[in-house]
Design a protein around this ligand. Structure first.
Ligand code: 2RA
Length: 337
């Protein structure tokens, strides 16, 4: 049995983590829910018990074997090293450590061997990256990928609970007759009945932090430091489930049939693709599941060595909590904890 702490236990991803640890029968001895001082004192449910959430401090990690960080990057930067020094293995879902060369960035189905080089902290990738590499890995094993072009359509739950509430409030206001731009505080513009051409924050090169994460993290996980990945990340009025329109270019022609076969054989990927029968995956299909769903697989009309894909996955589950728990399960399997 392992003593497990969850930092950020009261947040959207933290709550998913607790329910997944229970549902997947992870061998938890003691479960310690932790949070910032703001949330300490509340309670969370685990295995039928209400547990008091304690404040996350360096001292709180004593005796822990495994610490999940499902909190802000600031808290992770401040406390993850302390948790590792206390002897725990840290699995962090924030972006803080993902590009640190000393920290493995892992999707267990894609690059499990990278876990062997961890030095106490392991990073779980951004939700958009996880969905993308789950499809790219089997395709790259089939034929060398030479370029990837991505447009994401990201659910508001990726921003957090406040964004979910904002979308609900805007829809309610509209149905109650409010017209014109609806009040918004989380995003720079109204999200209901709209599409925002950005996610997170803009940087000097006019790309967003979300877009820069997607390209850098994909190259790191795939072990392809020079792979051209170019992208636009958008926000859409969907509660849960990120969708991605992806053009993959290869060194040789890959037929849709070859791609479907390779994808369907890959663990954690489900091909949902028969458009003439209106069979394709949508965010609603992915919400609440752990699979990465792939459809709309078709040859690019302008490049015979290109294939279009439509990828959807639950950004709170496989995109965050499930991937983190799967990393922990893989660590157990590899006897690394
Ligand atoms: C988002 N991927 O969707 C980012 C962080 N969860 O907002």
């Amino acid at each position: 049995m392992k003593n497990v702490a969850v930092v950020g236990a009261t947040g959207a991803v933290g709550q998913e983590l607790l329910s997944l640890l229970e549902a997947r029968n992870f061998p938890v001895g003691r479960l310690l829910p932790l949070a910032s001082s703001r949330s300490a004192g509340s309670t969370v449910s685990f295995r039928g018990e209400r547990l008091m959430v304690q404040e996350a401090t360096p001292e709180a990690f004593a005796g822990m074997d495994l610490v999940f960080f499902a909190a802000t990057g600031l808290l992770s930067r401040e406390l993850a090293p302390a948790a590792a020094r206390a002897g725990a293995v840290v699995i962090d879902k924030s972006s803080t450590w993902r590009m640190d060369p000393e920290v493995p960035l892992v999707v267990p189905e894609v690059n499990p061997e990278d876990l062997r080089r961890h030095k106490g902290i392991i990073a779980s990738p951004n939700c958009t990256t996880i969905g993308l590499v789950m499809a790219l890995k089997p395709l790259h094993d089939l034929a060398r990928i030479t370029r990837v072009i991505v447009t994401t359509m990201q659910a508001v739950s990726g921003t957090g609970k406040e964004a979910i509430e904002e979308l609900e409030q805007q829809v309610r206001a509209w149905t109650e007759g409010h017209r014109g731009e609806l009040p918004h505080t989380v995003y720079k513009r109204q999200i209901a009945f709209n599409v925002l051409p950005y996610a997170e924050t803009f940087t000097e090169n006019l790309y967003t932090t979300e877009e820069m994460k997607l390209s850098a993290e994909t190259r790191k996980i795939m072990g392809l430091p020079d792979l051209p990945v170019t992208m636009t990340c958008t926000r859409v009025p969907v509660f849960v489930g990120h969708s991605e329109s992806v053009l993959v270019e290869f060194e040789r022609k890959v037929t849709p049939a070859e791609a479907r076969e390779a994808l369907s054989r890959f663990p954690g990927v489900r091909v949902v693709d028969d458009p003439l029968q209106f069979v394709f995956p949508t965010a609603i299909d992915a919400a609440g599941t752990d699979d990465t769903l792939v459809g709309r697989i078709r040859e690019d009309l302008t490049n015979e060595k290109g294939l279009w894909l439509w990828i959807v996955s639950d950004n709170l589950r496989k995109g965050a909590a499930t991937n983190a728990v799967q990393i922990a399960e893989k660590l157990l399997e590899m006897q690394l904890i």
